[in-house]
Design a protein around this ligand. Structure first.
Ligand code: PEP
Length: 252
């Protein structure tokens, strides 16, 4: 059975004190709300990872990073390696978020290297793909998302691709309040899973969790997460408010 995952992406928000308050509210509110096989991940800014991890203790919530370097180690000022994250026992790392692609020029080949680093360190990459509005309007969204998946994941062995979580995030829905309909989400998740099945077989494709991201809110989470190929969500804005995030978690 595929893992259900709800990951909050805090991006570059909150002071440490505010992050601690949010975490403590989440710990209180999620008691008995996280269903059996669901995983809740808080992708915090790098400087807060250890503090929030310690605060969570052995709660059911875990932490994740928002990025890692494509390099193993060395003279790369300001960067954080996958091995460093592993040394802090951080289990998840987001790779290829559309903001990294857009503002930091990250493309498919570079992201393939980051995925490799994450897997080599024993982390679970949450690999993001998704199309911009003009691509959808041209009708090329399926082709683009297949290409993004191929470029960064299809060099992996069947055993390794099984360890990856994918987050389909249409760029036009991120932070815009414009959510994909559950039908649009389901259709794209089925396209991604079908593309993986064509290369690796059904068994591998069926084992991979594919999350939806893009203005997930308490009032649309349940319907999105009920879709056959939607295995949870990657949540930005709404993960910064404890009550909203917990209501989203309840929908999984
Ligand atoms: C995201 O940043 O991955 C995201 C989906 O943001 P939001 O939920 O705010 O659209």
């Amino acid at each position: 059975m595929r893992k259900k995952i709800v990951a909050g992406n805090w991006k570059m928000n909150k002071t440490l004190a505010d992050a601690v308050v949010l975490t403590s509210e989440l710990m209180t509110l999620t008691q008995n709300e996280v269903k059996n096989n669901a995983v809740v991940v808080l992708c915090t800014p790098f400087p807060y990872l250890l503090k929030i991890k310690e605060q969570l203790g052995n709660s059911t919530i875990v932490v994740g990073a928002q990025n890692c370097s494509e390099h193993e180690s060395g003279a790369y000022t300001g960067e954080t390696s996958a091995a460093m994250l592993k040394s802090m026992a951080i289990p998840y790392v987001i790779i290829g978020h559309s903001e990294r692609r857009q503002y930091f020029g990250e493309g498919g080949a570079l992201l393939a290297k980051k995925v490799d680093r994450a897997l080599a360190a024993g982390l679970t990459p949450i690999f993001c793909n998704g199309e911009q509005l003009e691509i959808r309007e041209k009708g090329s969204h399926e082709a683009l998302v297949k290409q993004q998946t191929e470029e960064s994941l299809f060099h992996l062995s069947p055993a390794d691709i099984r360890k990856v979580v994918i987050a389909y995030e249409p760029v036009w829905a991120i932070g815009t309040g414009k959510t994909a309909t559950s039908q649009q989400a389901q259709d794209m998740h089925a396209v991604i899973r079908g593309h993986i099945a064509a290369k690796y077989g059904n068994d591998v494709a069926e084992s991979i969790s594919i999350l939806y991201g893009g203005s997930v809110k308490p009032d649309n989470a349940k319907e999105l997460f009920a879709c056959k190929d939607v295995d949870g969500g990657l949540v930005g804005g709404a993960s910064l408010k404890a009550r909203d995030f917990v209501d989203i978690i309840k929908g999984v």
